[in-house]
Ligand binder design. Structure first.
Ligand code: APR
Length: 316
């Protein structure tokens, strides 16, 4: 009898996103989970709580909590959610300096203890943080990926489904660009069971869905008041981890290092990627309108200004 490899997933940051990601990983039985945080007791308490939910939820993977990075040793996938979340009135770029320092420190530990892992960055401002992580880790770019498009396209899927009164499972969307207000949702690549939404909805309703998708994170921040979204971000990161661990080759929008695609290079941006055991195995270059291409480049400018901000502060 052949026994499959047991995978290990490290969730760095045991806050709202990190703990939810751990929960989803356990429920999918993707592997054993190590929940890591700097706050003493927090990851240990959440890991124990998640373990105690196992008998009811039907999983038996291990979940341990720790403040010691040595415990992430040998992880196959590392999901990084450590950092500060947005408060009302803050943009993702406001988080730049604080989260930049946190990510730099964490990368040192990943390099030391999990040098063969594939790293999924969730911390905002996403496209800048994943570029920073890529530079600090020195891993091949296919093993350093940012979670954004998966979340933005899931938001758009839910808005289309709500608008049409159809199952969310029937809706497929694609959102390119940076994880900010300049992201590029693509209605022409949005379908309901194969039918383009341009055939199902008037232009003004499509425009409203695009706008709501762009502001999707902010909508949750202003409702929660004390933090930012976490269920959908965690679910998105875990969907990526699942595709990597199970070598599913799912085609998902992810922040990947561009090397000329869409006329952009040396920048991380959301593009359609095939995710498998080697991380980003392929980047697809879609035909997009001139207006969408212009938005993509505008969105790249925002990311470049964030990267310059890190350089000015000596973080990069
Ligand atoms: N190492 C490990 N954990 C850390 C570190 C560090 N160096 N610095 C901070 N943390 C932890 C905090 O102690 C906290 O428990 O990161 C956790 C962040 O959790 P929350 O404050 O609940 O934030 P969350 O909602 O999970 O968002 C985390 O994801 O979506 C993004 O914008 C969001 O950047 C934010 C990140």
């Amino acid at each position: 009898m052949s026994v499959g490899k047991k995978f290990k997933i490290a969730s760095i940051g045991a806050g709202n996103v990190g703990a939810s990601a751990a929960q989803y990983c356990l429920e999918l039985e993707l592997g054993d989970v190590v929940l890591t945080d700097i706050v003493e007791g927090l990851p240990q308490g959440k890991a124990l709580d998640l373990t105690e939910a196992g008998p009811i939820r039907g999983y038996s993977s291990q979940c341990v909590g720790t403040n010691d990075y040595a415990d992430i040793e040998g992880s196959d996938v590392v999901i990084v959610t450590a950092g500060l979340p947005r408060k009302p009135g803050m943009t993702r770029l406001d988080l730049l300096e604080k989260n930049g320092n946190i990510i730099s420190g964490i990368c040192e530990n990943i390099k030391q203890y999990a040098p063969d892992s594939t790293v999924i960055i969730v911390t905002n401002p996403l496209d800048v943080m994943v570029y920073l992580a890529y530079q600090k880790l020195g891993f091949p770019p296919e093993r350093v990926i940012g979670m954004a498009g998966c979340l933005d396209s899931s938001r758009m899927r839910s808005f289309v489904a709500m608008e049409l009164g159809v199952s969310m499972k029937n809706v497929d969307t694609m959102v390119l660009g940076s994880h900010g207000d300049d992201m590029v949702p693509l209605p022409h690549y949005t379908t309901v069971s194969g039918i383009p939404i341009t055939k199902l909805l008037p232009q003004e309703r499509i425009d409203a869905i695009v706008e709501r998708t762009r502001k999707g994170g902010g909508e949750i921040v202003s409702l929660l008041k004390t933090g930012s979204a976490f269920y959908a971000p965690a679910a998105s990161a875990v969907r990526m981890a699942q595709s990597i661990i199970r070598d599913e080759k799912q085609l998902l929008p992810c922040a990947a290092l561009l090397t000329g695609q869409y006329g952009l290079e040396d920048i991380y941006m959301g593009v359609p990627c095939v995710l498998g055991k080697d991380g980003v195995e392929k980047i697809l270059e879609l035909e997009i309108s001139d207006a969408d291409q212009a938005s993509l480049h505008k969105s790249a400018e925002e990311v470049r200004s964030g990267i310059a901000g890190l350089q000015e502060r000596g973080i990069l």
